[in-house]
Structure formats: C-alpha cells, structure tokens
Design a binder for this molecule. Structure first.
Ligand SMILES: [Zn+2]
Length: 417
C-alpha cells in the first residue's frame, strides 16, 4: 500500500516555480531528524484560475525531486475533488482529498439511516473513548441527527473512492476525506460516527480533515481560543485511535489540518499533543507560497516592486470580486487597508514587511496580507511578465519561500531549534 509517512506537509505552489525551494526546506528538516513527506497539492479552483492542468503539478514534483536527488516518498494531491471534478486528476495524482462538504446535510435513504443506527446502537447512551475522561452521553435523537447529516456524504465519499480505485488500483494512492469547508465545526462525537460511516464504506482512509472550532483564515494566524482548540484537537486524536481499532481503519490514519499555514498560535499545542500521544500529522498549507513570491519581488525592487504595487492597486479595485469565493476563509478589515497613493510611496522594505507574516514587525498588516493572498488571479492575467520577474529574481524569491516554510512553519511546529 502507498502509505503516507508519520509527518507530511501539503505544499501549495500556485504558479509552479517554487518546488525546489519548498523541497529544500523538507530536506533541511530531514537533516535535523524530522522526516517529512512532501505532498504537492493544488485544487481544481486554483487550476481553473491559473489555467494549469493537474499533470503540471506531477511534472513539477517529479522534476524537483529528481534535481535535488530526493529519493524518499512524495505525493501529488488532487486537492478538494468531488465526483464531478476528479477525472482529470486521476492520471497524475497519487493522493486524493475527497471533499464531501457539499454533501453534508443531504439526507440518505430512510432505510440506510435506520441500518446505520442499528450498527451503532452499542455506542448509544454512553460512549467511552479511551483517553477521554468523561464518557459522551449520546441520545437517540442525536444519533439520528448525525446519521441524517453525514451518512449521505460518507456514501458519496465511498462512491468517489471506488471511482478512483477502479482506475488506479487498490493501494496505489493515498485517500484523505475533507470536511473543513463548511460553516460549523464537527465535534469529536460527530467525527467518531463519521469514521464509522467511512469504515463501513471500506475507504482505506489515511488522513481526515475535520473543521475545527475557531477561524482558519487564509495565510494569517488562528482566530479563537488556542486552549479550547487544544482540548478539541486532543479529543479528536483519541477518537481517531479508537476508530482505527473499532472500525478497521488503516493503522496510519491521522489528522489533516487544512489552511494550516500561519496558525502559529496553535502550533505549540499541535506539536505537544502529537508528541504526547505519538501521533502523526498532515499540515496542509494554503497557497502562501504565492505571498512569498510577492514579498520576494518587493524586496527585489525596481520593476519587480512596481509590478507587485500594481497588483495591490488593482486588488483594491477588484476587492469584491476577489474576495467573494473566499468569503468564509478570510476576514479583511477594509478600513485598515493602505490606499494606492500611500503604497505607491513605499520602498521595498516597507512593502515586504507589510505582507510578511512577522507579528512583531510594526509594518505587518494582516488585512493587506489576506487581500494579496486572494489576488493571485491578477498575476495570472499577466503571466508572462510575472514569470519573467520570478526567473530574474529567483534567488531572492526562493530565499523567501524557503525561510517561510522552514523557519516559520517546520521549525515552530516540530520545535526544531
Ligand atoms: Zn481544505
């Protein structure tokens, strides 16, 4: 079976230029004793916006691993696919994130719901999960509610999984199920019964991405109570361990944290808890490599700085259009965005510091950072010019990409000194 390692990171590289710098960060962590499996992920939405094909991600991953003589496993993730979008991802991908968010809340057949409830009756009244102090009290109505909310989605996941399996063959790819792009978080109890449903569908699930409490806005820090998150995260870890035993799920099933980049407030908790329980983790980063490209170009000055200032200026004009598809995953205070005139006076340092995620820096502006994050479409409209600038300033840009992944993410999460 193609198995994902204990630690893995989902690397987004929207424009396909930074695979080398990303992999160097992974290799450096390996030298420090932290083996991380790189997974290059790109969603259908990103492919459509930029005009790339899933095969391009495969080409990039194969090329950079060959160039850096990286002989350990790596994967290409068909990120957030569903039954309608999976087809063109099948040839080049060996990791599939099956997104069931849009199926949650749709009801399965009454008969299927009743059958499911019969199979979980033994957990009702009192559900004791090893490692969680208090047992959960489960009422019949709560069980029915969970079945009505999630069973259809789990069955759909099975259907999508089998579609992929029929062309790739059993054991030749990693399967993740994601439910993070929904308005409400799943509780540990819900996660337990969802895993039961996925087990019944015989999906060899290796990672699962629930929605956690708090906000996971793109490219900025966690918003919420980190201690509350830690309690929920630990319960979820215990649920996964128990579900592996109870439902025959793969031994290496682990948690996947989506929009996981930049959530510095909770990294220490995640790091401590996976160490405490000897668990793995998949951290999926949210396309922030594009932000590092903007920062690197700003630092490069001259025409490169002019180019990114222009992107910012246009992003102000098109703010509604750019933000609409990301409404649930960004929080921009428009009154805190600097005006075009102000930014036009900025030098390299001021522009780069405003976007770079260093909270102690007085210039750092998370509102501007989020707006640029969703503005990658504007660079895609001037792709030739953008790629020329990236090539010309490669050294500066790849240094930014590397330092972001290695210093700000890997070192913090895995406590590398
Ligand atoms: Zn996601």
């Amino acid at each position: 079976m193609k198995a994902l390692g204990k630690y893995s990171i989902g690397l987004g590289d929207r424009f396909g230029h930074q695979g080398n710098a990303q992999l160097m960060a992974i290799i450096e962590a390996g030298k420090k004793g932290i083996e991380i499996t790189p997974v290059w992920n790109k969603s259908n939405r990103e492919h459509i916006t930029i005009g790339t094909e899933p095969g391009d991600v495969r080409k990039e991953a194969d090329t950079v691993t060959k160039n850096l003589a990286f002989t350990k496993p790596y994967f290409v993730d068909a990120d957030h696919i569903n039954i309608d979008t999976v087809d063109r991802f099948i040839p080049g991908s060996d990791f599939f994130t099956i997104d069931v968010a849009s199926y949650i809340g749709k009801k399965a057949d009454e008969k299927e719901i009743q059958n499911f409830i019969k199979t979980v009756e033994k957990y009702s009244v009192k559900l004791q999960i090893p490692g969680i102090k208090e047992p959960f009290k489960i009422s019949d109505s709560q069980l029915l509610e969970i079945a009505e909310k999630y069973l259809f989605a789990a069955k759909k996941a099975g259907e999508i999984y089998r579609k992929i399996e029929s062309s790739k063959g059993k054991g030749n790819f990693v399967t993740e199920i994601s439910m993070d792009e929904v308005p409400l978080p799943q509780t540990p109890v819900e996660l337990f019964f969802i895993l039961k449903m996925l087990g019944s569908e015989q999906i060899p699930l290796q990672t699962v991405a629930p929605k956690f409490s708090g906000r996971f806005n793109k490219g900025v820090d966690y918003v919420g109570d980190p201690l509350k998150f830690a309690t929920e995260f630990e319960s979820d870890l215990m649920v996964i361990s128990f579900a592996i035993k109870e439902f025959g799920l793969p031994e290496n099933l682990k948690m996947s944290v989506h929009s996981g980049s930049d959530k510095f407030a909770i990294y220490q908790h995640i790091g401590n808890l996976i160490k405490k329980h000897n668990k793995g983790i998949h951290l999926k980063t949210a396309g922030t490599t594009w932000l590092e490209e903007v920062i690197g170009l700003a630092e490069s000055g001259g025409e490169a700085l002019t180019f990114v200032k222009d992107i910012y200026s246009k992003s102000l004009d098109k703010i509604d259009e750019l933000c609409a598809p990301y409404a649930d995953v960004i929080d921009i205070d428009r009154t805190s965005l600097p005006s075009k005139n102000v930014v036009s006076q900025w030098d390299s340092t001021k522009f780069a510091d405003s976007i770079r995620h260093v909270q102690g820096n007085k210039s750092y502006n998370p509102n501007m950072r989020q707006l640029i994050h969703v503005a990658y479409k504007l660079a895609a409209l001037k792709m030739d010019e953008y790629f020329k600038l990236l090539d010309k300033n490669e050294k500066t840009v790849s240094k930014c990409v590397y330092e972001n992944i290695y210093n700000r993410h890997i070192c913090r999460l895995f406590e590398i000194k």
